[in-house]
Design a protein around this ligand. Structure first.
Ligand SMILES: Nc1ncnc2c1ncn2[C@@H]1O[C@H](COP(=O)(O)OP(=O)(O)OP(=O)(O)O)[C@@H](O)[C@H]1O
Ligand SMILES: [Mg+2]
Length: 472
């Protein structure tokens, strides 16, 4: 049976050599096509998805490195082997950098080439098996490094899949630490814009006066200290993605200028009369209640609608506790110490790893019981700290957790709820409890409906409806 994965394109300008080798390769089960020039190779590549390409680097006309580049560019999985002249190791290294799998130097025996091909095929088989298994595991519960298995997260992954390829403006909302920035980055990396830059600008971290110049850039002499002209973040993000964090803190003046960018895709650098056009996708994020800010006039309504084309609201961690174990595992892997350097998380790539860390059931129960006001970021920090405290023990225990989490307990079922002997009007009772919890949530948030809705794990609009229905 012919091996499906052995379609090989052999590119060599010396016809006698090419024909002999092609025949020998065919004898070993490869399906060989030949090309006598770079031009011919490119034509063949455009017609057929070869598994393997073997190309001489030195060809008249279009040379071998251009052929290599075209092959790898078109078929990233292709196995490319280059043939170099005697003593031109530098060319070979260059070729490997450009994506060649291996090289053989002329003159060579057929066995040398076969050996390189076998090794490459075997490696690719292993790689794709591993990648397949890993993809199977990851596909279900993650998206570009965002982990979660709750229904809310599954819906989020679906939404990200849908919106990433578009250029629509997105507004990401959610409490602190829920993953607004990681979501913005994931969208960029899953979009065709990933080849260009992801530029982040935190609007609250920069004094108002500097923010405009930071966003739009400035020309020389635009203000005191503007010695040269400079590109702003908008221009840096051209053809890529601009992430505007804490967009709710922008002044009215800047809000208007941003509105123009979103409408016209053009702006002027500070102090400039020349208009610059940009192609950016804007992703904005905020943890303030922009709807409420629109009502009080603190945020422009027209800008809100321009930003809120696709709203993505990230749920607080306490409303999706089934994600906690998966996140704990994710961070345990990340902070797992390297064998030589305990506690050195992050840089674990090259150094050998210690055996996987586990966590005791009791510690996991406390993590599940805790309310996580700082959301995933707080969980990440807690795991990092616990790994450090576990000091080489293979299992993390309750004592390794931060004190406030050690003492977390599942809230008791309210003792006020008793079923009287004579029975109860369930609907009326549930409404009574609903009213009471809504009243308390508004009390605790000083009447902020957005926050109150989050406390109740409701959409703001649902809460507003309930308030009307219950006459509150
Ligand atoms: N679902 C997730 N899976 C994996 N890591 C996550 C997830 N959500 C958040 N994180 C991690 O938690 C940390 C906080 O996330 P991020 O900075 O995106 O939050 P944020 O919503 O922007 O917070 P803030 O409002 O405080 O700026 C980051 O280190 C991020 O990688
Ligand atoms: Mg953030």
């Amino acid at each position: 049976m012919p091996d499906q994965s052995k379609h090989l394109l052999f590119v060599e300008d010396e016809a006698p050599l090419r024909e002999v080798l092609a025949e020998q390769l065919a004898d070993r089960g490869f399906h060989v096509q030949q090309a006598g020039s770079g031009e011919e190779a490119l034509a063949r590549l455009s017609e057929f998805a070869f598994d393997i390409i073997v190309t001489d680097l030195r060809l008249p006309g279009i040379d071998g490195s251009a052929v290599l580049e075209a092959a790898v560019g078109r078929y990233p999985e292709i196995i490319a082997i280059v043939v170099t002249g005697y003593g031109t190791v530098k060319d070979a290294v260059e070729a490997i950098k450009r994506g060649a799998w291996d090289f053989v130097s002329k003159p060579f025996q057929i066995d040398e080439l076969l050996h390189a091909l076998d090794a490459a095929l075997e490696q690719r088989r292993l790689k794709s098996e591993n990648a397949y298994l890993r993809a199977q595991l990851q596909e279900r519960y993650s998206f570009q490094g965002i982990v979660g298995k709750s229904r809310a997260m599954a819906r989020l992954f679906q939404l990200l899949d849908t919106v990433a390829p578009t250029s629509s403006t997105i507004l990401v909302t959610g409490e602190t630490g829920t993953g607004k920035e990681i979501v913005a980055r994931a969208i960029h990396h899953a979009s065709p814009r990933r080849l260009h830059r992801f530029v982040a600008l935190n609007c609250s971290a920069i004094p108002e006066t500097l923010l405009e110049a930071e966003l739009f850039g400035h020309v020389r002499g635009a203000f005191t200290g503007a010695v040269g002209s400079r590109q702003g973040r908008l221009e840096q993000a051209h053809r890529g993605t601009l992430f505007l964090d804490e967009v709710g803190t922008m002044s009215q003046g800047l809000q208007m200028k941003l509105l123009r960018v979103l409408q016209e895709r053009e702006f002027e650098r500070v102090g400039d009369t020349h208009t610059t056009k940009v192609d950016v996708r804007v992703i904005a994020a905020t943890n303030s209640d922009l709807t409420a800010m629109v009502q009080t006039g603190a945020f422009r309504e027209d800008l809100f609608y321009r930003l809120n084309v696709i709203p993505i609201d990230l749920p607080p961690l306490r409303t999706r506790k089934e994600d906690v174990p998966l996140l704990v595992q994710h961070f345990l892997d990340r902070f797992r110490p390297t064998a030589g350097a305990p506690g050195n998380g992050g840089a674990a790539e090259a150094a050998p790893l210690t055996p996987p860390l586990t966590i005791s059931q009791e510690a996991m129960r406390r993590l599940m019981a805790y309310e996580w006001p700082g959301n995933v970021r707080q969980l990440e920090n807690a795991v990092e700290r616990a790994v450090a405290f576990s000091a080489g023990r293979p299992q993390i225990d309750v004592g390794d957790l931060p004190p406030e989490i050690q003492h977390a307990e599942e809230p008791p079922v309210p003792s006020a709820i008793v079923l009287p002997d004579e029975g109860i009007d369930l609907s009326a009772f549930v409404i009574k409890i609903e009213r009471e919890l809504i009243r308390r949530s508004l009390e605790r948030t000083g009447g902020n409906k957005g926050r109150a809705a989050q406390l109740l794990n409701l959409k703001r609009t649902t809460l507003v409806e309930k308030l009307k229905r219950l006459g509150l």
